[in-house]
Design a protein around this ligand. Structure first.
Ligand SMILES: Nc1ncnc2c1ncn2[C@@H]1O[C@H](COP(=O)(O)OP(=O)(O)OP(=O)(O)O)[C@@H](O)[C@H]1O
Length: 250
């Protein structure tokens, strides 16, 4: 059995008297694509904020590739190999696609910058930038301002930005939000490609995306996981049907 890429152990988050995450245990396996679903307000974003270091756990622990990251700030968690995208777009609109991805690629090399290795690093950064651009299929718009891209191209760029730091664990928060069916299908394929050999944890409301993209699914309801399993098991799980899926898939 492979080691978990992300492990949550008795994880809790309280805001004042309100316990939003109420003791979550979860092991996201290395190299799996794992979806986190649940009704509005279940705590999905809060869980992402905890894993990526924006929030500090009230109790419990978070392990990344077997090492505790609970309470570490976001930049140190990124350095340990975890990267995330946000519900809101986080690209630089007045920079080109190439410049945006270059910034992301540079953050991978940042710590190794030294006077005598500048030239070599610049070459590596350029190579990584081109690779990223190909991976998210934006080479044909490399010189366009990010702000002038179509909506789905911007989301693809955002995924490229998240991949840039060389992360092997990727968190995507509602990557399909606001997309047409056609754009959604394109994006499923793109995400499948960019996450080969990586671990993906994705929050997504679109059940077609979840069922076709992910190996396993976890269902969060009122801050507690009520089920984790393969798509077919989740689809036929009576508790999940009652708590969530019944409302979503007619
Ligand atoms: N900083 C905060 N302070 C107080 N309460 C918060 C804070 N952040 C989130 N909450 C509360 O936690 C609950 C869970 O919110 P969260 O955004 O994590 O849910 P979600 O499952 O991501 O919902 P959605 O699907 O609508 O995005 C909500 O009741 C929200 O009001």
């Amino acid at each position: 059995m492979t080691q978990a890429a992300i492990e949550l152990a008795g994880l809790k988050k309280r805001f004042g008297d309100n316990e939003i995450i109420r003791g979550v245990d979860l092991a996201v396996r290395e190299h799996e694509r794992h979806a986190l679903i649940g009704p509005n307000g279940a705590g999905k974003s809060t869980l992402f904020h905890l894993i990526s270091g924006l929030y500090t756990p009230s109790a419990g622990d978070i392990l990344l590739n077997g090492r505790s990251i609970g309470g570490l700030p976001p930049h140190l968690i990124t350095r340990r190999g975890l990267s995330r995208s946000f519900q809101i777009t986080t690209i630089f609109p007045r920079l080109s696609v190439q410049e945006n991805l270059r910034i992301a690629a540079m953050s991978k090399h940042g710590r190794r910058y030294a006077l005598f290795s500048l030239a070599r690093n610049a070459k590596e950064v350029n190579r990584d930038t081109d690779q990223l651009m190909e991976l998210v299929r934006l080479s044909h718009v490399r010189d366009k301002f990010a702000g002038d891209l179509t909506y789905s191209e911007q989301r693809a760029l955002e995924i490229g930005m998240a991949m840039g730091p060389g992360a092997d664990v990727i968190l995507l928060d509602e990557p399909m939000a606001g997309m047409s069916r056609e754009e959604t299908h394109y994006m499923i394929d793109l995400i499948r490609n960019v996450t080969v050999g990586k671990t993906l944890l994705v929050v997504e409301h679109d059940m077609e995306v979840v069922f076709s993209l992910c190996d396993r699914i976890s269902v969060l309801v009122y801050g507690e996981l009520i089920a984790t399993g393969r798509p077919d098991d989740i689809r036929s799980n009576a508790r999940v049907q009652e708590a969530y899926l019944g409302e979503v898939v007619a």
